[in-house]
Design a protein around this ligand. Structure first.
Ligand code: HEC
Length: 100
């Protein structure tokens, strides 16, 4: 029953995204800035901008990197030990920055 698996996934995603930290840790944001820019605008054309992107989308992508569902060596490395709270805080942080 595939639909049940989909339902369960949707439910667990909703449950895990709820409580966010007030702010992501500065040391973590500094790591991200090396590639995604201090302001969430990437200077390298192979790196996506994060500033002003939809919060839920950013959260989902980070979770996908963490699990390996979305395959990318650097991003998997960055996300692999992150807590859901940290990922939620990062998503909120970048979503709130002004887009380019
Ligand atoms: C070594 C460089 C590097 C670092 C450091 C890095 N990223 Fe990335 N990030 C990338 C690249 C390159 C991509 C594009 C991945 C792809 O092509 O699938 C990406 C993709 C993403 C995406 C998906 C964006 C989208 O539009 O789909 C998010 C979200 C993200 N990074 C967040 C972060 C956060 C938060 C940090 C800090 C914890 C971070 N990244 C650190 C290089 C980096």
């Amino acid at each position: 029953m595939a639909w049940m698996a989909v339902m369960l996934l949707a439910l667990s995603a909703a449950a895990t995204s709820a409580p966010a930290l007030a702010e992501p840790r500065r040391s973590v944001v500094d790591d991200c800035a090396a590639c995604h820019g201090e302001d969430g605008i990437a200077r390298d054309t192979e790196v996506p901008h994060l500033a002003g992107q939809n919060e839920r989308y950013l959260f989902n992508q980070m979770m996908a990197f963490r699990s390996g569902k979305r395959a990318h060596k650097e991003m998997r490395y960055m996300a692999r030990h992150m807590s859901v709270q940290e990922i939620a805080a990062l998503a909120a942080y970048y979503a709130a920055l002004p887009p380019r």
